[in-house]
Structure formats: C-alpha cells, structure tokens
Design a protein around this ligand. Structure first.
Ligand SMILES: [Fe+2]
Length: 287
C-alpha cells in the first residue's frame, strides 16, 4: 500500500489523508489516529474510498455509537442510521427543484452544526459520496474554534456562562413545513454557548441556524449576539470549500465546525451522498 500522506486544507482546520483504506481491516491504532485527527483538525477528508452503506456503517461504529436519523425516528418511529443528501431516490429517479424533499433539504444551506437541536448533539457526521453535480453542490465549512480564538477577552468573558436555545422547528420552518410528529419529537433545548474539547481543552462557541435565542435574554439582544458571532465565524476568508468527488469519505466534528450547502440545480443535475452521524458523549450542559 502507498504511504500515508497528509495535506492541510485551510489555515484554521482540515486535513486530507491518502494511503489509508477505511475497510474492515482498519487497525485499532489507525482508529485512534483518526480520532486524534478529528480532535486536532475538525475536518478529515479521505478521497477515493467508495464505501457502500454496509462498510460506511461499520466504519461509523468504530468511531462511536451511530445516531438514529431524527427524521425517520421523529416522523415514522423508525431507527435508521442514514440520511440521504441530494435528489437521487432509491429507485434511481430524481427529485427536481420544486419537490418537497428538495426544498426541505435547502435548510442545510444555512450555516449549522448537525443535530445541535438534540439534547445530546452529534459528535461527528460521516459523508460517503456517490454522485456529484457538474456545477454547484459544494459544502462550505468554518471553524468556530478558530473564531473563538479571535474573540476579545471581554467577549469571551461575556459568553462563557451563556446557554443558547436550539430549536429545529424554528430553523427548518424557514424553508419547509415540519411534519407534526417530527416537530413534537424535537422540543427546543438548551445548549452551552461555549464548549471545550475534552482531549485538547480548546474552546469554541456553538451557534448556527438552529440557535434561536439566548436563555434569559430578550429575543432582540439574543438575536444580535448570535448573529454577530455567526457573522464573525463565517467571513469569506475563514471558509474552506469542499468540492465533492465520488468516492470521498469525509468526517467533520460537529462540536466545533459549522457548515452549509451552496445549493445546486436539482432540475439539471443528480446529487447523491449518504450520511451517518456518531452520537455525542452527553448533553452539552453536562460538559
Ligand atoms: Fe448538515
């Protein structure tokens, strides 16, 4: 096998790794190494892996407990560990721009952290890429850890004790109607605004589209602070853009990264990616 090669993706975060096959023979040492890269780099890109669902789920389990997809669980009461990103259906047909599901997925085009609206939010998301549009369909990432490091001492002190109310129905209703059973399964919950990685003690702030308000603050004051923190984190120079290729296997740390889709023309192009998530270690309020 070719030697392991590492390449930085952005000055703040991100690592591309070649020379490792993420198959069933992955050693314990390599799994520990991957977990260390997640802690240190937040985004880890493995090109040309071509993992199918079975291998993808097996790899997911090596990083922790798979997180049940909240749509299947909340709406249908079914535990399913995959989400499908894109417009290609299981029978190979395609949903266009006006399809309800395509509109629902445009909620991912707002900056967010996956599952921040769950009491125990995700540790990482893991994407396996099948089909990509010729144009558009990239995903942008920023590091809220790097953003935290750029804050003044005064702002850090202000935000340290705060709790943020994350609310899925608040954010998703901006683009599509949420199924009533799904909505009822995800009541608003409080999250810590400042989080700390337990392995390297680096702090970040935890915001994004699901962050509705600051607990104990007026709606207006909370909105101003949340919008300001998001704007600071997502300036163009802080963004890394992932141009997907079929076969990519990408892991991102939802504890400290924000991401968004850039959109694509679903009438014109096919896009198919499968995603799993790994559960976080507990509620952020207990961190
Ligand atoms: Fe996402």
């Amino acid at each position: 096998m070719s030697p392991i090669e590492l390449e930085n993706l952005h000055k703040d975060f991100g690592l591309k790794v070649t020379g490792i096959e993420l198959n069933d023979s992955l050693s314990q040492d390599k799994i520990l190494q991957i977990k260390e890269w997640i802690d240190d780099y937040s985004l880890v890109v493995f090109p040309r892996q071509h993992l199918n669902d079975e291998a993808h789920l097996e790899f997911t389990r090596k990083l922790g407990e798979p997180e049940p997809n909240h749509v299947s669980l909340g709406r249908d009461g079914v535990v399913n560990y995959f989400g499908t990103i894109g417009n290609v259906q299981p029978d190979g047909t395609v949903n266009g721009n006006s399809h309800k599901q395509t509109r629902f997925l445009t909620g991912n085009n707002m900056w967010h952290s996956d599952s921040s609206f769950r009491k125990v939010p995700s540790f990482v998301s893991i994407m396996s890429v099948y089909e990509v549009p010729k144009q558009g369909g990239e995903t942008e990432y920023v590091s809220a850890r790097a953003a935290y490091s750029r804050l003044s001492d005064e702002t850090r002190k202000l935000i340290e004790p705060l709790e943020v109310i994350h609310d899925y129905v608040f954010s998703r209703s901006k683009v599509a109607e949420v199924d009533p059973a799904h909505a009822a399964s995800l009541p608003p919950i409080n999250q810590k605004l400042v989080r700390k990685n337990p392995n390297n003690n680096l702090k970040n702030y935890y915001v994004g589209s699901h962050a509705r308000s600051i607990a104990g603050w007026t709606e207006k004051a909370g909105r101003e602070l949340l919008d300001d923190l998001l704007a600071k984190a997502t300036k163009s120079e802080h963004i890394y853009t992932q141009n997907w290729r079929s076969g990519d296997l990408v892991i991102w740390d939802n504890r400290c990264l924000l991401h968004r889709g850039t959109g694509y023309d679903a009438d014109k192009y096919r896009r198919l990616m499968r995603q799993t998530r790994v559960c976080g270690s507990g509620p952020t309020l207990a961190e």
